[in-house]
Design a binder for this molecule. Structure first.
Ligand SMILES: *Cc1c(COP(=O)(O)O)cnc(C)c1O
Length: 385
C-alpha cells in the first residue's frame, strides 16, 4: 500500500470564483476595467494604502511597467538581491539595464541594506527589495540610501500581500510596488498581479502605459471626450473574468491569511526540537515585521545533503522543494548582470533552503508527518564531517 502524497502546493478556492465569473458574463463586459476590476483596484488601494493600484497579467508585468515608468534605459544599473525569482531582474534587463546583485542577510534572506551604499554608482537608478516569504526587508535602511542618492525603490512584494513592516503594508512603501496572484501565492487568479503606484506623480502615466499608451482611463471617467495615443504602452490589463475570480479571493482574504498563519505557527512549534538538535534553523522574523504565512522554509544544517533530503522525503510521500538558483550564478545572470561584491551568504544559504508543504486544507496530522519524515531524512543525509 502506498502512502498518500502530501503535495507542496494546492491552490485554494474560496468557492465563489465561478459564481463571480458567471456574473461577469451576465454583465456582458469581458474585457478589462469592468466592475470586478474596479472593486479589486479599490480593495488593493485600501489594503496597501496607495493612491492607485492597477491589476496586471502578472507580477512580472507589474515589474515591467515599473521599469517603463522609471524610464530605465540601456546602461542604467538597478540594485537587487540575487536570491530571487528571474522576473525581478528580467523586467529591468528588458529596458537594457544591468542588474547589480547584492548579498542577503543571514536572518531573513532579504537583501542586506548595509551593503547598498557601496553598490551605488553614478549609473544606479533604482533599488528593488524583494520581501522573501512575505517577511519585510529593512525598508527604513533601504529608503534612507535611496533618498540620499535620489533613487527609486520598486518593491517586489510578489509574496508580500497583507504583510507589514512597522505597521505599513508591503508593496505600499516604495516608489512603486508589485503583487503576484499566481496560483502559488496567498491570493490567486491563476496568473495575475498588480502594480501599486505609491508616488502620485506616476499615477497618470501608469494608467496610460497599461492601456496601450492611450488615455482611455481618463476617457472612461469622462475627463476627456475621446481617447488617443499619448505615450509608450502595452496591454497590461487582465480581462474581467480574471478580476471576477480574484474578487472571490479578496473577499476571503482575512480567512485565507488567518489559516495560512495558523499552519505556519504549527510548523514553527513542531520544528523547535529539530532546531534545538542542530538539524536545521527555522525562519527568523524581525520584531518590526508581521508576515502573511506565505511560506514555511527551513535552512538545513551545514553538511546536510539537501538533494538527498528531498529524495528521501519524496520516497516517504512528502513533496518538499528547494528555491532560487541565485541569479548571479545562472547563465543569463552572468551574461547580463554583475555582482556588487562578495555573495557568500547567498551562495551558502540558497543551497540549504528547503520549503515545506503549505496550503489551506493541509491537516495538523499531515504537518506532523512532514516534520517527522523531515527529521529522519536529515539524519540520514548528514555527510560525514
Ligand atoms: C512569484 C514571484 C514573481 C513572479 O510573479 P508572477 O505573477 O508569476 O509574474 C516575482 N518575484 C517574486 C519574488 C515571486 O515570488
Amino acid at each position: 500500500m502506498s502512502v498518500e502524497m502530501i503535495p507542496f502546493n494546492r491552490p485554494h478556492l474560496s468557492g465563489k470564483e465561478l459564481h463571480n465569473i458567471a456574473e461577469a458574463h451576465r454583465n456582458g463586459v469581458l474585457a478589462g476595467d469592468g466592475v470586478f476590476t474596479r472593486m479589486c483596484h479599490e480593495w488593493l488601494e485600501k489594503r496597501a494604502g496607495c493612491p492607485r493600484a492597477l491589476l496586471t497579467h502578472s507580477c512580472t508585468a507589474a515589474l515591467e511597467m515599473a521599469a517603463l515608468l522609471l524610464d530605465i534605459a540601456p546602461g542604467d544599473e538597478v540594485i537587487m538581491p540575487s536570491f530571487t525569482f528571474v522576473s525581478t531582474a528580467n523586467a529591468f534587463v528588458l529596458r537594457g539595464a544591468v542588474p547589480v546583485f547584492v548579498d542577503i542577510r543571514a536572518d531573513t534572506l532579504n537583501l542586506d541594506e548595509t551593503l547598498l551604499e557601496a553598490a551605488v554608482t553614478p549609473k544606479t537608478k533604482a533599488i528593488v527589495p524583494v520581501h522573501y516569504a512575505g517577511v519585510a526587508c529593512d525598508m527604513d535602511g533601504i529608503l534612507e540610501v535611496a533618498r540620499r542618492h535620489g533613487l527609486a525603490v520598486v518593491e517586489d512584494a510578489a509574496q508580500g500581500i497583507d504583510a507589514l513592516y512597522k505597521g505599513r503594508p508591503l508593496g505600499g512603501i516604495g516608489t512603486l510596488g508589485s503583487y503576484s496572484f499566481h496560483e502559488t501565492k496567498n491570493l490567486i487568479s491563476g496568473e495575475g498581479g498588480a502594480l501599486l503606484v505609491n508616488d502620485p506623480a506616476y499615477v497618470a502615466r501608469a494608467e496610460i502605459l497599461r492601456d496601450k499608451g492611450t488615455d482611455r482611463s481618463r476617457f472612461l471617467r469622462g475627463e476627456v471626450d475621446k481617447y488617443t495615443w499619448c505615450d509608450l504602452g502595452s496591454s497590461f490589463l487582465p480581462g474581467e473574468m480574471t478580476a471576477a475570480f480574484l474578487w472571490a479571493q479578496f473577499e476571503h482574504a482575512d480567512i485565507i491569511m488567518g489559516q495560512r498563519t495558523e499552519l505556519w505557527h504549527h510548523y514553527h512549534v513542531a520544528l523547535k526540537p529539530l532546531e534545538d538538535s542542530g538539524l536545521l534553523r527555522r525562519p527568523i522574523i524581525p520584531s518590526e515585521c508581521y508576515h502573511n504565512g506565505h511560506m514555511y522554509y527551513v535552512v538545513v544544517a551545514e553538511g546536510v545533503d539537501r538533494a538527498a533530503v528531498i529524495q528521501a522525503l519524496k520516497a516517504d510521500g512528502v513533496q518538499c522543494v528547494f528555491h532560487y538558483v541565485p541569479l548571479h550564478s545562472a547563465p543569463a545572470g552572468q551574461r547580463l548582470g554583475r555582482v556588487a561584491a562578495d555573495m557568500c551568504r547567498t551562495d551558502d544559504l540558497s543551497g540549504r533552503v528547503l520549503r515545506l508543504p503549505m496550503w489551506i486544507g493541509l491537516t495538523r496530522d499531515q504537518q506532523d508527518r512532514v516534520v517527522d519524515r523531515l527529521r529522519d531524512a536529515i539524519l540520514r543525509a548528514r555527510r560525514p564531517q
